[in-house]
Design a protein around this ligand. Structure first.
Ligand SMILES: Nc1ncnc2c1ncn2[C@@H]1O[C@H](COP(=O)(O)OP(=O)(O)OP(=O)(O)O)[C@@H](O)[C@H]1O
Length: 567
């Protein structure tokens, strides 16, 4: 299946020339330092609030970026139609460089003040564009390369732009493709949720294309009146009569149409735009408290979404432009734990890095430090960590001078830390220091039916798009399962079922084996051994490369380390 490219036929050379001419006409000097307009933190928050819905749609498309990004040193940015960056996430090493260039939240990257750049030029030209190193008008920006795709509303209005940026030498073609896919995913969500939409019409060159984000998508009213369309469909609209098509097509049946295929699906009840629903205190409290510097403690079984929650909190927090440093305390080698956390001076101990090491805590300066599996931290390191949290300063190994650090801390564990305190394996004072606010993530088996349905629907849509749905009776079947692997396991089941159902109606025969009653101790031990065996095989296959093995097994590195430790 080849991807349809959505350019207006303009050669990049012409586009670049136009953009450089505009930059010149704005009176910009290539050798001068660019000086972007920057919103104050309060104005930035207001602007993010105003675009809350777009940002929440972007969040739904985020797994696409996160999966693709692993191992790549780049950042994803979302700017509004004015060029103001409202969200910045991704690799922290490149994040430092980006911040030095003011490629950070609150900064406005329009061409008037920043010259030719992917965000500003995509907005001026209303089309996707890559601006690579030397193609930037301002010299200071030539160390980076950026690819940007505009996002349009269902009536073709420019809403913003998604940009993926990296060091100039580290840019690749698939960055533009990923930015485009995310933009299309957001646009399709906006079309599907049009108020009063009763019919959704998909058009593509062939049947497989119907399930892809780049297929044409049109929302129609009950009577066939056009409500909105994505950018591909808008190209075709002049040649289309949607209400005639509505007459001609039968719901749910693939129908040849022109040189391609059409699929009509009915929405039984008109879709409502996903308005920000009033969140319960337990949804909003962690973010509010985090923004006030209160340490959060997340407790929950494996797969309940602790890591997912931390990433969301970081994206939504006032520290979103700062780094998120995630440390799996259980995966750190015992003899290096302190050097890794607190850093060390050059040659501080045998085997230490010659040039010294910053350590994870200092790397989290201005951002968030996520201490996952905190229950695994040895008692001696707990004492040092407590001192750092109390004094907000680190003394790297081999140094005497404390270095001030400003960070928020989120700790997580699947173990019951209060029980560990009672047993004497976890310091009580550290427990109280970390436990500014405890959020327990519920195991999936304890979800109420509406919450389970809503999560299942969200996962299905994220994994397979709008058309994926469960045949009647399947929701009950899924709801009745004990889900020992929690959301991770449900996600895997839905992923497999959706692929087998070609992204359409999922029926019983598409489901892989579902978790039955809780496992006996023997079954549990056998399963653990088999899992460990499989992980070791894949690790050997990948020559010990943990990231590669985790990707192949479709689990996080954190989970892989935990599995290797037999947890
Ligand atoms: N609220 C959610 N919405 C959608 N997907 C979710 C949600 N929570 C978790 N997931 C998905 O479930 C999987 C497991 O989540 P996550 O890694 O955050 O769990 P965890 O509690 O940190 O697990 P572990 O303790 O094993 O590391 C991930 O694929 C994640 O994307």
């Amino acid at each position: 299946m080849t991807m349809q490219f959505l350019t207006s036929g303009v050669q990049p050379g012409e586009l670049l020339t136009r953009s450089w001419q505009r930059s010149q006409s704005f009176g910009l000097q290539p050798h001068h330092q660019a000086d972007p307009d920057c919103l104050s933190p309060a104005d930035l928050r207001r602007q993010q609030q105003r675009h809350h819905h777009l940002l929440s749609l972007l969040e739904k498309a985020m797994p696409l970026f996160e999966q693709w990004q692993q191992g790549r040193h780049c950042r994803l940015l979302f700017a509004d139609a004015d060029g103001t960056i409202l969200l910045s996430t991704g690799d922290n090493r490149f994040g430092d460089r980006a911040r030095r260039l003011a490629l950070a939240t609150g900064a406005r990257w329009h061409e008037q003040s920043m010259g030719t750049n992917a965000i500003g030029t995509a907005l001026s030209e209303q089309q996707e564009v890559s601006i690579l190193g030397e193609q930037h008008y301002i010299h200071a920006n030539r160390a980076i390369s950026c690819s940007a795709s505009p996002v349009f509303s269902p009536v073709g209005e420019l809403l913003g732009v998604i940009d993926i940026s990296s060091e100039a030498g580290a840019h690749s073609n698939d960055m533009l493709m990923t930015a485009r896919l995310m933009a299309l995913t957001m646009e399709n969500a906006l079309v599907s949720e049009q108020r009063d939409a009763c019919w959704l019409l998909n058009l593509a060159n062939d049947a497989a294309g119907l399930q892809q984000p780049w297929s044409a998508l049109i929302a129609l009213r009950e009577d066939g009146r056009l409500l909105g369309a994505n950018r591909r469909a808008r190209q075709w609209l002049p040649k289309l009569d949607p209400s005639a098509l509505l007459e001609q097509l039968r719901q749910g049946e693939l129908t040849p149409w022109g040189d391609g295929m059409a699929l009509l699906s009915r929405r039984c009840t008109p879709a409502r735009p996903a308005r920000p629903v009033a969140q319960s205190a337990s949804d909003t409290a962690p973010l509010k408290l985090l923004n006030h510097g209160v340490p959060l403690l997340l407790q929950g079984e494996t797969g309940t979404g602790k890591d997912h929650l931390v990433r969301r909190l970081h994206r939504q927090s006032q520290r979103a432009q700062g780094p998120l440093i995630a440390v799996n305390c259980g995966a750190l080698p015992a003899e290096l734990i302190e050097a890794e956390l607190f850093g060390h001076a050059s040659g501080a101990f045998t085997g230490s890095h010659k040039e010294g090491r910053t350590g994870y805590i200092r790397a989290a300066h201005n951002g968030i430090l996520f201490l996952d599996e905190i229950g695994e931290l040895p008692l001696a390191s707990q004492t040092r960590l407590l001192r750092v949290l109390q004094e907000k300063a680190v003394v790297p190994l081999g140094c005497h001078q404390p270095v001030p650090v400003d960070f928020c801390v989120i700790a997580a564990s699947h173990r019951d830390l209060s029980a560990m305190v009672a047993e004497g394996t976890f310091r009580e004072d550290l427990y109280f220091r970390l436990n500014g606010y405890k959020q327990t993530l519920m195991p999936l088996r304890e979800y109420e039916r509406p919450a389970f349905e809503s999560l299942t629907g969200q996962l299905l849509q994220e994994l397979h798009g709008e058309q994926a749905r469960l045949a009647s009776g399947l929701m009950e079947q899924l709801f009745a399962c004990p889900w020992p692997g929690n959301i991770r396991q449900l996600r895997q089941v839905l992923e497999v079922a959706g692929i087998l159902a070609d992204g359409g109606l999922i029926e019983t025969h598409h489901l892989p084996e579902l978790p039955a009653a809780p496992l006996t101790a023997k079954q549990d031990a056998d399963l653990k051994t088999a899992t460990e065996q499989r992980i070791k095989e894949v690790l050997d296959d990948c020559n010990g490369n943990v990231s590669k093995a985790a990707r192949r097994l479709n689990i996080s590195r954190t989970t892989l380390y935990a599995r290797l430790k037999g947890r």
